[in-house]
Design a protein around this ligand. Structure first.
Ligand SMILES: [Zn+2]
Length: 176
């Protein structure tokens, strides 16, 4: 996952994905399931897509980049990516690169839409997974710590306490 650098003032998505079979064009964050990559075409601008006879998708509205629904879809797309990659170290740059979007725009939009930061959500997913594992008495805490992506048991304990108000072992005792 790599993000090309572009200025912070450029807040809009910069690529558009056309589906050759349906002749529709979408934002990369569109929740509508996409055809295989051989059916996709990348446009640098909406004008280019329209010129080639593509219609804007009615779900993600690539023709209306400031549309409120686009921000909600962006926040959801970021959350889905975090759900998938929670074991990896948190990286705003990687998330933004994956979503073809400016880093500060992504961070700001997620905060606006969810009231939380991306890092808060990342740790939340890790702790939720850890809590599930802690309820299984036979899984060692050190294993859970590394399995959920924490770099050490002390880091795990510190973050876990922020979300659950107790240490992982206290949580396990309460659940038994
Ligand atoms: Zn779409």
């Amino acid at each position: 996952m790599t993000a090309k650098e572009f200025p912070d003032t450029e807040a809009k998505p910069r690529i558009f994905l056309g589906t050759k079979t349906t002749r529709t064009v979408c934002l990369p964050t569109c929740p509508v399931k996409k055809a295989g990559s051989r059916h996709l075409i990348v446009f640098d601008s909406m004008e280019e897509a329209l010129a080639q006879g593509y219609r804007p998708c009615l779900r993600c509205r690539p023709d209306q980049p400031e549309w409120e629904g686009a921000k909600k879809e962006l926040a959801k797309a970021a959350a889905r990516l975090i759900d998938k990659h929670y074991k990896e170290p948190f990286s705003l740059k990687a998330l933004a690169g994956e979503l073809y979007i400016n880093e500060s725009y992504l961070a700001r939009t997620f905060k606006q839409e969810t009231g939380q930061t991306l890092l808060w959500y990342h740790n939340h997913v890790r702790c939720r997974k850890a809590a599930e594992l802690l309820e299984k008495a036979d899984v060692p805490i050190s294993f859970i710590s590394s399995e959920t992506g924490f770099c050490s048991s002390s880091h795990f304990t510190r973050i876990f306490r922020n979300y659950y108000g107790c240490t992982p072992s206290e949580y396990r005792r309460k659940k038994q």
